[in-house]
Design a protein around this ligand. Structure first.
Ligand code: PAF
Length: 278
């Protein structure tokens, strides 16, 4: 695995691969890799000849400076975790490779970004859309792999790639969970022992609500019940828990079309998000 820190070095590698007719995949990450990321790398290995993993903790997508400071940075451990996977390049750009002096462009996707995460994290999705556009263009990857855990992000990234005629196909991969159901996330390491024990209550409540909705219970009723369960378990605040269209995130009353239950909730000062198919 070649460690690459500049876009020029990445381009040189990429050119060689294009010349050899090889299909290139990119797995964009902010590091602090866990089994969820590694499942994306596995999918990338199956779907392409060459795999680039990127690690860049993108300041533009953090609306809260404290959150940015607390975000785990574990490049050395990340490289060790990737070693057995046959990744071709680990791209860890220095900040000037992404945001050089004078950088003045913002990629903003309308509609899909406006509520759920967008309503609670102003500017977050502009930061994501801008950095992902740059990573797609710098890597010129044929295909990119994203986790369904950030479901809204997945739809936004797919939209921007289509809208900007970027020739990178966006593939979504299932959320990977701990044995107790907690969705894998780089933020989970911030949970203290007691909070970690409470955390899976979120997924349990979502599963119960999804089963109830599938069985014909009104979404409003099932969601109210789920919120009560989550708060009773010890969560501090639920920012949203909603049934939305899986295609475009329109609010739904019933799962008359493929739907997702999406949630964001605070536990012990840590913001957790999750979603499941209904
Ligand atoms: O999901 C993430 O880790 C980030 O939002 C991404 C896609 C790498 C962009 O910084």
């Amino acid at each position: 695995m070649k460690l690459v820190r500049s876009k020029d070095d990445l381009r040189t590698l990429r050119r060689k691969w294009i010349f050899a007719g090889e299909k290139v995949a990119v797995v964009p990450t902010m590091g602090a890799l866990h089994a969820g990321h590694l499942s994306l790398v596995e999918a990338a290995k199956k779907g392409a000849d060459r795999v680039i993993v990127t690690i860049f903790v993108n300041p533009k997508q953090f609306n809260n400076p404290d959150d940015l400071d607390k975000y785990p940075r574990t490049e050395h451990e990340d490289a060790e975790k990737l070693a057995p996977y046959g990744v071709d390049a680990l791209y860890v750009p220095t900040p000037d490779q992404i945001y050089p002096d004078g950088f003045a462009t913002n990629v903003s996707v309308s509609g899909l970004t406006e509520d759920l995460e967008g309503a609670h994290r102003p500017g977050h999705f502009d930061g994501v859309a801008t950095v992902v556009s740059k990573l797609f263009l710098q890597s010129r990857a044929d295909v990119a792999f994203f986790g369904e855990k950030d479901y809204q992000q997945l739809l936004i990234v797919r939209r921007l790639s289509e809208d900007l005629d970027i020739e990178t196909e966006v593939v979504g991969c299932p959320t990977v969970r701990e044995a107790d159901g907690l969705a894998m996330s780089s933020r989970n390491v911030q949970l203290g022992g007691e909070a970690r024990a409470i955390a899976p209550a979120l997924y349990r409540a979502m599963e119960t609500a999804a089963d109830a909705i599938r069985g014909g219970v009104a979404a409003t009723v099932a969601i109210k019940q789920a919120k009560e369960e989550v708060l009773a378990a010890g969560y501090g605040e639920i920012e949203y828990l909603e049934l939305r269209s899986a295609k475009d995130l329109r609010p739904l009353e019933t799962p008359a079309e493929p739907a997702r239950l999406l949630v964001a909730a605070m536990l012990d000062g840590v913001r957790l998000i999750d979603n499941i198919a209904v």
